[in-house]
Design a protein around this ligand. Structure first.
Ligand code: ADP
Ligand code: MG
Length: 397
């Protein structure tokens, strides 16, 4: 995939009607529908402000939840319009439909410096089907498409990709940053390039491991999937998470790493628990010494020292997947130590994946990373090296 895409600064937006795809899929209180976390709305402000200040008339749109092509009043974007207006300090015009008569009339009357928010795009059946007629109707209201919803770029929907068939399309600042930092890391990383891979299952991460094996100098394995690798190396793993049917894959990866000269590191020791519970009995044992009935829940201190050393010397570190069951305090140390090592290294540090981003925030290292990718599924597909429809559709630089 070509990561070098035009952004809002590369085109003239003055006097143009701009369709802006945002990610306003915010968490809400079930009963009151009050927005419980407005970070996604705040994150959209720089692009919105840039467009408004540079003389565009902005027609913003987003999905919210899963109304599946039906109008679900509880999933209206009205609360988003209200919060956006407060944050922007400007009155927002809100359309009662997506491409219906209200949206069309308000879009036609929209002036430079004004912002119109359309209703939930997934109220329309054509959205998730990427229906050309719906894409066309969206496009007809505007002269330029700006895509800034990174969380949905892996989906080929009408408002994320389809609309670009009918309008020149560029990125906003959020997607620009994702492409610049993650794209560069995958294409021309500062070396040595280390990938820290963990999480629960090998099977979730096969395409990520395969893609990064071709690009990284060092691959650091932790989390639940480490036990399938250990088993492949001939060690007993007790009751640890094990995917028997992926032992062959792990062996193949170990062999390919050797052939390519990629350093593939696996845990030397482990913190094991007597049960999958926050308050279970625990002890630290070397790899190969996990007693029957015990399960590996975190990497141990020797492993932490070895992995931290590797991270310290890296030029780029990409991290996907926690090193242990960080949700339980007793097994969060490995994940915390990796976050610390990354924060203290001089490397370009990138965190991708929903749980990994949550772990880094929860452990207090968020502001010490170069970049935390905002899209869970999208950042994973990015790391897999997949072509993302919402990126492919943008104009090349
Ligand atoms: P991401 O969302 O960042 O891609 P994953 O979803 O792959 O990450 O993995 C996150 C989950 O992996 C966490 O819920 C964590 O508890 C779990 N995990 C980490 N280590 C282990 C382990 N040793 N055994 C079982 N689960 C683990
Ligand atoms: Mg996850």
């Amino acid at each position: 995939m070509n990561y070098s895409k035009k952004n809002v600064r590369d085109v003239d937006v003055k006097g143009k009607k701009v369709l802006l795809r945002c990610d306003f899929n915010v968490p809400q209180d079930k009963a009151t529908r009050a927005i419980t976390d407005d970070r996604r709305i705040r994150a959209a402000l720089p692009t919105i402000r840039y467009l408004l200040e540079n003389g565009a008339a902005v027609i913003a749109c987003s999905h919210l939840g899963k109304p599946k092509g039906e109008v679900k009043p509880e999933l209206t974007l009205a609360p988003v319009a209200e919060r956006l207006g407060e944050l922007l300090g400007q009155e927002i015009i809100f359309a009662k439909d997506v491409v219906g008569p209200d949206a069309q009339a308000k879009a036609a009357a929209l002036k430079a410096g004004e912002l119109l928010l359309l209703e939930n795009t997934r109220f329309e059946k054509g959205e998730e089907k990427n229906d050309p007629a719906f894409s066309r109707a969206l496009a007809d209201m505007a002269e330029l498409f700006v895509s800034d919803a990174f969380g949905t770029v892996h989906r080929a929907h009408a408002s994320t990709a389809g609309v670009a068939e009918y309008l020149p399309a560029v990125s906003g600042f959020l997607i620009e940053k994702e492409l610049e930092i993650m794209g560069k890391a995958l294409e021309a990383p500062a070396r040595p390039f280390a990938a820290v891979l963990g999480g629960a299952k090998v099977s979730d991460k096969i395409p990520v491991i395969e893609n990064l094996l071709d690009k990284a100098d060092i691959i650091i394995i932790g989390g639940g999937m480490a036990y399938t690798f250990m088993k492949a190396m001939g060690y007993e793993v007790g009751s640890s998470l094990l995917e028997e049917d992926k032992i062959g894959f792990a062996l193949d990866m170990l062999r390919r790493a050797r052939e390519k000269g990629v350093k593939l590191l696996t845990p030397a020791d482990n913190v094991v628990g007597s049960a999958f519970a926050p308050d279970c009995e625990r002890k630290t044992v070397d790899t190969g010494c996990i007693p029957a009935g015990w399960m590996g829940m975190d990497i141990g201190p020797k492993t932490i020292a070895m992995y931290s050393e590797a991270i310290k010397g890296a030029g780029t570190v990409i991290w996907n997947g926690p090193m242990g069951v960080f949700e339980f305090d007793a097994f969060a140390e490995g994940t915390r130590a990796m976050a610390r090592a990354m924060a203290e290294s001089g490397a370009v540090t990138i965190v991708g994946g929903g749980d990994s981003a949550a772990a880094v925030e929860q452990l207090g290292f968020a502001d010490k990373m170069t970049h935390i990718s905002t899209g869970g599924g999208a950042s994973l597909e990015f790391l897999e090296g997949k072509a993302l429809p919402g990126v492919v559709c943008l104009l090349d630089k």
